[in-house]
Design a protein around this ligand. Structure first.
Ligand SMILES: Cc1ncc(COP(=O)(O)O)c(C=O)c1O
Length: 410
């Protein structure tokens, strides 16, 4: 049978086609996967049974019987949890449940951005945010970070420079509470500075807080949304990192005036209902006990990863101890280009995220890589880093000492 040729009919300007999935690498340090052992399965099963037995017939209506913002019990849980942990004062009607926080990114971008617009973001940032901006034809100005998050003197200079050029950025996008990929937390003092600058230049803040529950000591600064005095912060979050990413449940906290504009763009007739119901049942009883167990397990994996990097790479691997989350932002010697390391590493079974894909300044990202330590087992972390060091030495001649044994360049 001849295949029908759709090619001439495809809409112009489509992104490049997706590549076929061929399974995960043996040593998988990419993406934002979670720790399989920490998915709270028994309690999720009990929650699913209980909520379906009690309310299952509401599945007969679009949006359950909660309306288009999402399952009411889940929104009520979020409102009280965000108040308690992040200081955010909002009610359930100022929360929109989305299909992952990626849909939240799309909806916020959808109501604010036009081709040719400018936004401000961290110099290293979430690839999913960067690719969206590129696809939308939006210019992203990257602001460098240090151990306390985005640098405020650099933000002030960028805002002033844009103002001089009559450019009003559409937002400042930030991941302030356990940043992806650097694992830093924006200090409380800088939160106040950022809000002052944003107010002075009339720019809203887009706060992406999906890792905020995964701080090692459990203590977080108040959300930017909580500290803002002028309502100019849109806050998004997710259950992907605190429970499980495959659930695809995220949320947006904003005033109704904004949510109503986003709802008009959310044309999917509601995000998946079962996962919202299960979370709405699970979270009030179990969320607070689950999160410290998860973070303890993640911290233990991070220790394994840092030990393995020190052992296999010695001084060739530089990194700061992340304050929480699931990523380590690795700096390798300048001669290593992680875009060129990626393929041979993958061929040897090790998947890493090359730094240039997570930055606005490619030179800054060249010798960096992001490693997700949540999903591989402790053994896989140790074995995977040993293989990565071997590949690095073969391709770039560094590290020249592996596990304290000096090697000649191959
Ligand atoms: C900073 C940031 N925002 C948003 C997302 C999207 O997550 P999800 O759609 O699973 O909620 C991720 C995923 O890794 C992320 O790192």
């Amino acid at each position: 049978m001849n295949a029908f040729d759709f090619a001439p009919l495809l809409a112009p300007g489509l992104p490049p086609p997706a590549v076929k999935w061929t399974g995960f690498a043996k040593y998988n340090f990419i993406g934002g996967h979670n720790d399989a052992d920490q998915v709270p399965l028994d309690d999720l099963i009990a929650a699913a049974n209980a909520v379906l037995a009690r309310e299952g017939r509401t599945l007969a209506t679009y949006g359950l019987e909660s309306g288009p913002l999402g399952y009411r019990r889940l929104r009520e849980f979020l409102a009280q949890k965000l108040k308690r942990t992040a200081g955010i004062a909002c009610d359930a009607d100022e929360i929109l449940i989305t299909s992952g926080s990626l849909q939240a990114l799309d909806l916020v971008n959808g109501i604010l951005l036009n081709r040719g617009d400018t936004v401000i973001i961290e110099q290293a940032t979430y690839q999913g945010a960067l690719t969206r901006l590129n696809r939308l034809g939006v210019h992203a100005v990257g602001i460098p970070l240090d151990g306390d998050g985005m640098r405020m003197e650099a933000l002030a200079a960028a805002l002033e420079d844009l103002k001089r050029r009559n450019v009003r950025p559409k937002y400042i996008y930030t991941i302030p509470t356990v940043h992806n990929p650097t694992g830093t937390i924006l200090s409380e003092a800088r939160r106040h500075d950022m809000l002052r600058l944003a107010e002075r230049y009339g720019v809203p803040i887009f706060e992406d807080d999906c890792y905020a529950d995964l701080i090692w000591d459990g203590k977080r600064p108040p959300a930017l949304h909580a500290v803002s005095k002028n309502g100019g912060v849109i806050h998004i979050g997710s259950f992907s990192k605190s429970i499980a990413p495959a659930l695809r449940v995220g949320y947006i906290v904003a005033e109704w005036a904004l949510l109503s504009r986003m709802l008009a763009l959310k044309t999917d007739a509601g995000s998946g209902a079962l996962e919202q119901m299960v979370l709405g049942e699970f979270c009030p009883k179990h969320f607070d006990a689950h999160v410290p167990m998860l973070t303890r397990a993640l911290r233990a994996k991070l220790e394994t990863l840092m030990d393995a990097l020190n052992e296999q790479f010695g001084t060739a691997a530089e990194f700061d101890d992340p304050k929480g989350g699931i990523f380590l932002w690795l700096k390798l010697p300048d001669e290593i280009d992680t875009l060129k390391l990626f393929q041979p590493a993958l061929a040897a079974g090790v998947a890493i995220n090359p730094g240039p894909e997570w930055v606005t300044d490619k030179a800054y990202g060249k010798s960096r890589a992001r490693l997700c330590f949540a999903n591989p087992s402790h053994e896989a972390i140790r074995a995977g880093i040993a293989v990565l060091a071997e590949v690095c030495r073969r391709e770039f001649g560094v590290p020249n000492r592996i596990a304290n044994v000096e090697r000649a360049r191959a």
